[in-house]
Design a protein around this ligand. Structure first.
Ligand code: URA
Length: 209
């Protein structure tokens, strides 16, 4: 079973409280989400492999560590995932970015792809799927399906806030995908909102409500 990692760094927890706050305006909300995404990128890359290379300092020839292994790919789920993208790119500027857009079919309630644009070498990369809210897990599972159908094998999921229902759904569907969250909340309400949550992440990021 994949890991669920709660990124409980005090800076992340502090900023998340103001992200949750209904009084936080769009500009501050966007900036805080960006900052937390950067901090979470630090946690999510903690286990990426290193290799030693020779380096000559002004004093001596020695060895230093550099990142090795697969290159990274970031996969924001449209639209709210875009709110965390730049924050992650600040730490991982060489990562390539693929976009996955999904909507929920009003009759079947199943997620349907409306936009998929991925790096050509996506299956060779270690991927981080980004979406602020892991609610029912429907979009996350569908986005990971999109990637696996194209041959991707190394996938992590990054969310600001998750509901236990969403975590379980993703773990059941994709037991190989580790999930990184800033908070694991209590539950979903009858409208599919995470409780206590932060409301609609897309609307709060883009001021559409
Ligand atoms: N999507 C959101 O933006 N917020 C929720 O609480 C659940 C899903």
């Amino acid at each position: 079973m994949a890991k669920l990692v709660i990124c409980d760094h005090p800076l992340i927890q502090h900023k998340l409280t103001f992200i949750r706050d209904v009084q936080t305006n769009t500009k501050d909300f966007r900036e805080l989400v960006d900052e937390v995404a950067t901090l979470m990128a630090y946690e999510i890359t903690r286990d990426i492999p290193l290799e030693s290379i020779p380096v000559e300092t002004p004093v001596i020839k020695t060895e230093g560590k550099v990142i090795s292994g697969r290159m990274l790919g970031l996969i924001p789920i449209l639209r709210a995932g875009l709110g965390m993208l730049d924050g992650v790119l600040k730490l991982l500027p060489a990562a390539k970015v693929g976009h996955v857009g999904l909507f929920r079919d009003p009759e079947t309630f199943q997620p349907v792809e409306y936009y998929v644009k991925l790096p050509t070498d996506v299956q060779e990369r270690e991927l981080i799927v980004i979406d602020p809210m892991l609610a029912t897990g429907g979009s996350a599972i569908a986005a990971i399906d999109v990637l696996k159908k194209r041959g991707c094998t190394q996938i992590k999921m990054m969310n600001l806030i998750a509901a236990p229902e969403g975590v379980k759904a993703v773990q059941d569907a994709h037991p190989d995908v580790d999930i990184y969250v800033a908070a694991l909340d209590e539950k979903l309400d009858e409208h599919g909102y995470i409780v206590p949550g932060l409301g609609d992440a897309g609307d709060r990021l883009y001021g559409t409500k």
